[in-house]
Design a protein around this ligand. Structure first.
Ligand SMILES: NC(=O)c1ccc[n+]([C@@H]2O[C@H](COP(=O)([O-])OP(=O)(O)OC[C@H]3O[C@@H](n4cnc5c(N)ncnc54)[C@H](O)[C@@H]3O)[C@@H](O)[C@H]2O)c1
Length: 255
């Protein structure tokens, strides 16, 4: 077996949340191109992603799912399992940012609840239900999408930062608990990426220039630049890695 075979996902089944667009769509396509069958989950229509995956020849099913809702995640896990009879990979990518970045002392409490419900509770629920299946089948790999803002603070973003910091400690806690079941749990922490989530930031020359000045590589990342890390953590190439956080940030946190 050559070293590149460790990255081959032929015969594997992967679940990607938030697969309708942005990073999730790219991740789903990358897993399909590497041979995995796909389960796509999103609140939004995943039709565009499904059509791209069909071109790879990999089987793909799609579910309208709200990851913050327990019954929705339970249904997703049950239906995914009954379709493929196993789940090898879970990428918890679905996430939201804050609607407003106002002074926290004036911020609506509902904003906190909304962001924590999707980013932290949603990631927990998916780990909980797919993790149980992975334990029963004898192993699997979970990759949680956090952010540099889950490692270092950002003013006026308490809900986003706290939710994504929570994802990192959720990752480590589950890694410790599930290592004995051969279920690996890791996280990636990207800095700013060129997706719809950052359209507003990139539209403002002043905001964009200010942010880019703080990044040693002087640019936002492209979604394609995350895919190597994702494939590493999903595949046998990382068979001895669990509980780790892989930072993909153009050097931002090295400062
Ligand atoms: N874009 C960035 O700069 C950046 C940087 C660091 C981390 N991240 C993280 O990467 C992940 C993907 O970001 P993106 O930029 O592709 O975002 P995006 O907004 O382009 O896509 C997010 C997807 O998640 C789905 N989603 C939202 N709430 C959901 C829910 N409750 N249930 C199911 N699906 C839901 C949306 O419908 C959408 O398809 C997020 O977790 C985000 O926090 C993004």
């Amino acid at each position: 077996m050559g070293v590149l075979d460790f990255f081959n996902l032929a015969g594997k089944v992967g679940v990607v949340t938030g697969a309708a667009r942005g990073l999730g769509r790219e991740i789903a396509l990358a897993l399909a191109q590497t041979g995995a069958s796909l389960v796509l989950a999103d609140l939004a229509d995943t039709g565009a992603t499904t059509r791209e995956i069909e071109k790879t020849g990999s089987p793909c099913v799609s579910f309208r799912t709200d990851i913050s809702d327990e019954s929705s995640v339970r249904d997703l896990a049950n239906q995914a399992f009954s379709r493929f009879k196993k789940i090898d990979i879970l990428v918890n990518n679905a996430g939201i940012s804050q609607l407003s970045y106002m002074p926290t002392e004036d911020a609506p409490v509902e904003e906190w609840d909304r962001v924590i419900a999707v980013n932290l509770r949603g990631t927990f629920l998916c780990c909980r239900y797919f993790g149980k299946q992975m334990i029963e089948q004898g192993g699997g790999s979970i990759v949680n999408v956090s952010t540099t803002a889950g490692i270092t603070g950002v003013p006026r973003a308490p809900a986003y930062c706290a939710s994504k910091a929570g994802v990192i400690l959720l990752t480590k806690s589950l890694a410790l608990e599930w290592a004995k079941y051969h279920v690996r749990v890791n996280a990636i922490a990207p800095h700013y990426l060129e997706t719809e989530l950052t359209t507003g930031l990139r539209a403002s020359e002043k905001a964009y220039t200010g942010l880019v000045r703080q990044i040693p590589m002087r640019r936002f990342g492209k979604t394609s630049e995350l895919l190597g890390s994702i494939l590493l953590l999903c595949s046998e190439a990382s068979s001895y890695i669990t509980g780790s956080v892989l930072v993909v940030d153009g050097g931002y946190l090295a400062q």
